[in-house]
Design a protein around this ligand. Structure first.
Ligand SMILES: Nc1ncnc2c1ncn2[C@@H]1O[C@H](COP(=O)(O)OP(=O)(O)OP(=O)(O)O)[C@@H](O)[C@H]1O
Ligand SMILES: [Mg+2]
Length: 336
């Protein structure tokens, strides 16, 4: 697969300020390691799902890939088509913004309620100083139809309040398609939508990958959705990647105890005989104070002294499919 994007040792640390006075004086109290050094590669036309519980750093990853985080807090590198994203000039960055975009979770907030659907869909052209031309309406109609709102002519003159949540998300997608991007970070794009509407949006993203060769970082806390849509699944825990691999492989043979727990709570039509679900215990730890050794240790039923002494790194799981990696000393030998 041709590589489109590569992040190396990407980290985001937000300075912590406590009191009001410290805020004024600019004094910092520690760093919140929202993203703690990840390597990630996404191929042309590949859908990679970023999965993990709230606060593990999914949105921060998506934003850091797109250079949407305050650059003072970012370390490491992102290359897009071989070009250093953080070294781009002003004009280079503007080009990158057309090629690589973000779709947000909340289709109610992401659209300006005062703009018509046509204005919303063609707005990115204006923002990038591109000519909208006299054919704004027909461009909007075809983008809407590609996003599954057919016939597009029935939607262009409406306003966001005249649309359902699913339709709004499709308008947001149409608006990002108008610049012909090659990569989209979709940050929980369906989590606010009804189950029946979700499937339609997920199918739309898959068809954009198939027909346009679009690549996605698909952020979700729902592993079953990741499995449905993604080519590859990346499981994050407390700012790190703890497991990654082909979607089928990670779901059928999870190798990190955190992924095992996530897979365990997936609904199954036929529960396996004698199988007990192992729920994750405890709250996710605080990214201001990351445990030494393995960061998952405080919640891990299999932890040993080795896990306190040595932080495991992502390594191939023995006997697994190529590209299946886990950051656990006992990867491949735990009961999944
Ligand atoms: N601008 C910011 N300043 C300080 N801390 C931040 C900022 N943005 C995020 N964080 C912190 O970084 C950590 C990761 O946040 P992030 O939004 O990436 O999590 P997430 O995995 O997307 O969670 P969710 O599933 O709830 O959306 C959290 O502890 C969060 O509080
Ligand atoms: Mg998020």
């Amino acid at each position: 697969m041709v590589e489109l994007l590569r992040a190396e040792n990407l980290a985001v640390g937000y300075p912590m300020r406590t009191g009001f006075m410290e805020g004024l004086s600019g004094k910092e109290k520690g760093t919140l390691r929202a993203l703690d050094g990840i390597d990630l590669s996404i191929g042309v036309g590949e859908i990679v799902a970023l999965v993990g519980e709230s606060g593990c750093g999914k949105t921060t990853t998506g934003k850091a890939l797109l250079r949407l985080v305050d650059e003072r807090y970012v370390r490491g590198s992102v290359r897009f088509d071989g070009v250093d994203v953080y070294g781009l000039s002003r004009s280079g960055l503007s080009g990158f913004r057309k090629t690589a975009q973000m779709i947000y979770q909340d289709p109610y907030q992401s659209l300006n309620p005062k703009d018509s659907v046509m204005e919303i869909v063609v707005e990115p052209l204006r923002v990038h100083g591109l000519s909208v031309g006299r054919d704004a309406r027909s461009r909007a109609v075809s983008a809407l139809e590609e996003a599954g709102l057919k016939p597009g002519g029935e939607y262009v003159d409406r306003y966001p309040h005249e649309l359902s949540g699913g339709q709004r998300q499709r308008v947001a997608i149409a608006s990002s398609l108008i610049l012909e991007p090659r990569f989209i970070v979709a940050d929980e794009p369906v989590s606010m939508l009804d189950l029946s509407v979700r499937a339609g949006i997920v199918r739309l993203l898959a068809s954009l990958r198939d027909n346009r060769g679009l690549a996605f970082a698909f952020i979700t806390h729902d592993l079953s959705l990741a499995w449905l849509l993604a080519d590859r699944v990346v499981i994050m825990y407390l700012g790190k990647i703890v497991e990654e691999g082909p979607a089928d492989e990670v779901i059928s043979h999870p190798s990190h105890p955190y992924s095992i727990a996530l897979v365990d709570v997936l609904p199954r039509i036929e529960p396996r005989a004698g199988r007990k679900r192992r729920l994750l215990s405890g709250e996710p730890p605080n990214p201001v104070c990351i445990p030494s050794g393995c960061r998952f240790k405080p919640r891990c039923r299999y932890a040993t002294d080795l896990c306190s002494e040595k932080e495991p790194v992502l390594e191939a799981v023995d006997g697994a499919a190529p590209g299946h990696l886990a950051a656990c000393h006992y990867r491949g030998s735990l009961p999944s």
